[in-house]
Design a protein around this ligand. Structure first.
Ligand SMILES: [Zn+2]
Length: 233
């Protein structure tokens, strides 16, 4: 086998290795980050925050209402106990009680409204929590499949590395360096083949005389245009 034949075989293996490495990177990325779940968590927190705000508002309104109810009770107790004798004072206490009742009603109406709003948010939270849990479960299943796939491509990778070793040993160090540089600078393709009398990488036409040279066992032969190794399979 010529040096270029070995290089061509090496490239075939390197391409498979690259494909596997890309897949592993993409698997790891998928496992570690999921935009859908990040968004879902954000949404969940925001619903929870608005529920907390609503509950706080209810609490504050209730304590305001309770304060007024206490005052009203004091007025009523005083009236029923007959402690207030002065008619003018009695009238003023009665007026105050009426005003208190009105204000309490306003607060109670507000509490009722807030309770309804809070219930709506609670329902949203429940629905969203369920959806979120479903998403998490789906991701877990997906992750398990991805981990299985990762395991099997890692095995394939190890096999390829074992396959690659003896081929590499057949190639001169200087050519391996050239090959590595070409792969780096020529879109991972260091060795092109002759296909329909042209370079398979750049399409440069190749004469029959050149093809003879390419078929010969000389170590190096490059495409004149793209400067890749040319190999005739
Ligand atoms: Zn070319």
């Amino acid at each position: 086998m010529s040096q270029r034949a070995f290089l061509y075989n090496l490239q075939t293996i390197d391409n498979q290795i690259d494909k596997i490495l890309d897949r592993i990177t993409s698997i790891d990325k998928k496992i570690s980050f999921n935009q859908e779940i990040v968004d879902s968590e954000k949404e969940l927190k925001s619903i929870q925050a608005s529920l907390d705000t609503k509950k706080r508002e209810i609490g504050e309104t209730e304590s305001q209402s309770n304060l007024l109810s206490k005052k009203l009770k004091q007025n009523n107790d005083a009236m029923y106990a007959g402690k207030i004798k002065n008619p003018k004072e009695l009238q003023s206490v009665e007026e105050e009680s009426a005003s208190l009742q009105k204000r309490i009603k306003v607060f109670d109406d507000k509490i009722f409204e807030l309770m309804l709003e809070s219930e709506t948010i609670e329902n949203q939270l429940m629905t969203h929590t369920q959806k979120h849990q479903q998403r998490l479960a789906t991701k877990e299943r997906e992750d398990q499949n991805l981990l299985l796939e990762r395991h099997s491509v890692m095995e394939a990778l190890e096999k390829l590395k074992i396959e690659k070793n003896p081929i590499e040993k057949q190639i001169k160090a200087e050519l391996l360096q050239k090959y590595a540089l070409l792969r780096e600078t020529r879109n991972k393709l260091a060795v092109a083949t002759v296909s329909e009398e042209a370079c398979s990488a750049c399409g440069n036409m190749i004469t029959p005389a050149e093809i003879q040279k390419i078929k010969s066992p000389i170590d190096e032969y490059y495409c004149q245009i793209c400067k890749r190794f040319l190999y005739h399979g």
